[in-house]
Ligand binder design. Structure first.
Ligand SMILES: [Fe+2]
Ligand SMILES: [Fe+2]
Ligand SMILES: [Fe+2]
Length: 417
């Protein structure tokens, strides 16, 4: 196994986060891609520099990284101005302001639902005020247009424009409203927002090869941000990804992996359940047995993880380790059924850490188990061949330590510290 350090394409990671967050609420995929596209078109017309327009596109992709739950998503999508919208702005700010490669996005995200008149009272730079309001108007254009995407979009353009123009000078910078009214005259502006086209546009942006690449250290920090987003989805999975990563790191060390490989395994563990953003809240939080349909939906999540991560340049191996965490040597897991030889050890480590942490954590339908009970279940699964016996033995011999890692509580500040 190579011990070489890796670098990862940052814009493709941003697109991966957007893809993950877009799965929340499922009925409105590609919101971030459309906001990025609209803000990009407007910023080009407004004369922002080339580098700034790329920054604004990426900001549009990420502006809703503070939204993990369907309820928050549906309020933001259905109300023009929702009194609790500032919560997701604060979460987005908290997630990004300490992460060097994206820290410039934190303030515009904090103010991306602040009306233009109120923004004037804030002590932030003129650039941040403009960019925050540019994202706000692009966001509201998409939300106003969203019910009409499809063959009839052009029939609704006048009413969308009217509703945005009514907010000129109050919600939105007057200049931005003027620009929007101009650039939205060509039909092409609206047709480009269709799902098929906006996905191709994002795909092309991700493939340009002119993005920064981040190191493994930054990748680990970004993976923690992903983990926080997915763990916030349900009160019952709070800290799950984080704890699974700590346990996976511990097992990797005990197994004898190098420092670099250990960090890669930890990163894969932070990311393993990112596909859970696709699952409706009411299934994840269900207090009772799942119906066959609900079970079938849950079992799609590790494939969703794969789809979100697999195209990020530099992340190929980690994407596989993360996505194989419900597969096993017998081929009775899901969703890939690899041969025994094709199932990598890091994936087996994450699988053991995942089961162990989940058993110890309270779930909507049962209390968390004691250490003895959890170790007993690991033993049973090992004997049935569903978990790797060598890895289970490592956990059994280090049970107290792994137990403490599984139950460790940590604040967002500490997580991103
Ligand atoms: Fe938004
Ligand atoms: Fe999972
Ligand atoms: Fe998990």
């Amino acid at each position: 196994m190579s011990a070489a350090n890796i670098t990862v394409d940052l814009r493709q990671m941003i697109l991966a986060i957007e893809n993950a967050v877009s799965l929340v609420g499922m009925n409105d995929t590609n919101h971030g891609k459309r906001v990025g596209y609209i803000a990009l078109q407007m910023s080009q017309f407004l004369g922002f520099s080339r580098a700034e327009t790329f920054f604004i596109y990426e900001l549009g992709l990420l502006h809703d990284c503070g939204v993990s739950s369907d309820t928050v998503h549906s309020h933001l999508a259905n109300l023009f101005d929702w009194e609790m919208s500032d919560i997701h702005c604060h979460i987005g700010y908290d997630l990004l302001h300490k992460f060097k490669p994206l820290e410039r996005m934190a303030l515009p995200i904090l103010y991306h639902h602040t009306p233009w008149v109120d923004l004037q009272k804030q002590s932030i730079s003129p650039f941040n005020k403009r960019v925050a309001n540019l994202i706000f108007i692009a966001d509201r254009i998409d939300i106003t247009a969203a019910p009409h995407y499809g063959p009839n979009i052009l029939l609704h353009v006048d009413s969308i424009k009217k509703s945005i123009a009514e907010k000129q000078g109050t919600y939105f910078n007057p200049e931005f409203v003027e620009v929007f009214l101009k650039i939205s005259i060509p039909e092409a502006f609206w047709l480009a927002l269709e799902n098929r086209h906006i996905e191709r546009f994002a795909w092309a942006m991700g493939g340009r090869g002119d993005s920064d690449r981040i190191t493994l250290t930054d990748l680990k920090q970004l993976a923690k941000i992903f983990a926080y987003i997915v763990d916030q989805k349900s009160p019952f999975t709070a800290q799950h990804s984080y704890s699974v990563a700590l346990i996976s790191r511990r097992i990797a060390e005990l197994y004898g992996f190098s420092d670099t490989e250990t960090i890669k395994i930890e990163v894969a563990a932070y990311l393993h359940d990112i596909g859970k953003l696709h699952i409706p809240d009411n299934i994840l939080d269900k207090n009772g047995p799942l119906s066959p349909t609900e079970r079938a939906i849950i079992n799609q999540h590790s494939y969703e993880t794969y789809e979100i991560l697999r195209l990020v340049s530099g992340l190929e191996e980690i994407a596989l380790w993360a996505s194989y965490h419900h597969d096993n040597d017998l081929g009775t897991g899901y969703p890939f059924h690899p041969t025994k030889e094709a199932l990598p050890i890091p994936a087996k480590i994450i699988a053991v850490a995942d089961v162990f942490q989940a058993l110890l954590q309270d779930r909507p339908y049962r209390k968390g188990m004691t250490l003895e009970e959890a170790v007993g279940i690991l033993e049973e699964m090992k004997n049935k061949g569903k978990l790797d016996s060598e890895i289970v033995s490592l956990v059994q011999n280090d049970a107290e330590h792994c137990f403490n890692l599984a139950r460790m509580e940590i604040s967002l500040e500490e997580l991103l510290g």
